[in-house]
Design a protein around this ligand. Structure first.
Ligand SMILES: C[C@H](O)[C@H](O)[C@H]1CNC2=NC(N)=NC(=O)C2=N1
Length: 241
């Protein structure tokens, strides 16, 4: 077997073409305040694609539909020794403390894997212009993007002084494609993205009801079940002829 492949690297003959040619990392997004909103649709292109081009991938904290699908931003790192791996983990811990945002970190001999997501992310289910109705929904936020960029900068130092080993594996191209598809499905539509960037789908139902003069402001004080949009499947809705 190709020595390089045996080391978990890429075999020269079958270099999987990466769908994301490596681009420069973007500047840090602004630090998020309390009740951090989920990422905005535009963050996928601005921040996540560059991170994916640096071999970050997208995984699941929890698989589910809509807001029950909790994604995480992950990366696998290889080091020259267990001691170097531990120094990196301690570096990630220091960054987590300074960001007040903590990575889930797995270490196994010379391998370290970081998993980032925001436990206390929030989605505003309130009506635009009305009273905010913030609900805690774990997911991806700009806190995770900031943490990933800072971890990347730390890793660059370890690469520069030889404590880190370049790590790529043949499945990376597939993982990068899958990462982009997951992000697009969860945050790329008018779904539950960041507060300003997009509205929950049932928002459209509310606007339709207002247009039909059927909206009663009292409705908004009721807990709206976020994953059901009666406007779409409302038995009373008149089929469009
Ligand atoms: C009060 C403290 O800042 C919060 O509990 C922080 C701590 N670290 C955190 N880390 C992560 N990953 N998600 C969070 O929501 C989070 N919240």
């Amino acid at each position: 077997m190709d020595q390089n492949l045996a080391m978990g690297g890429e075999s020269q003959s079958s270099k999987a073409p990466s769908p994301m040619e490596v681009v420069d990392l973007p500047p840090l997004p602004p630090r998020q305040g309390k009740n951090t909103p989920h990422i905005y649709r535009s963050d996928i292109e601005t921040y996540l694609h560059p991170l994916i081009s640096h071999r970050w991938t997208i995984g699941h904290v929890h698989k589910g539909q809509g807001i029950r699908e909790i994604l995480s931003l992950n990366k696998h790192f290889e080091f020259s020794s267990f001691a170097a791996a531990m120094e990196f983990v301690n570096g990630v811990a220091a960054i987590s403390e300074s960001e007040r945002h903590h990575a889930r970190t797995l270490i196994e001999y010379k391998t370290v894997v970081t998993f980032l997501h925001t436990h206390s992310a929030h989605i505003d289910f309130g009506i635009p212009g009305g009273k905010p109705n913030l609900r805690k929904v774990p997911g991806l936020t700009r806190r995770d993007i900031r943490l990933a960029i800072k971890i990347e900068q730390l890793h660059d130092e370890f690469m520069a002084d030889g404590r880190a080993a370049p790590y790529a594996f043949r499945a990376l191209g597939v993982l990068q494609k899958w990462a982009c598809q997951l992000l697009k499905r969860r945050y790329g539509s008018d779904g539950f993205g960041g507060a300003a960037g997009s509205q929950p789908p049932f928002q459209k139902m509310i606007e339709r009801m207002k247009a039909r003069g059927e909206w009663n402001p009292l409705f908004s004080s009721q807990p709206v079940h976020p994953t059901i949009d009666p406007g779409e499947n409302d038995p009373g809705a008149k089929p469009v002829r």
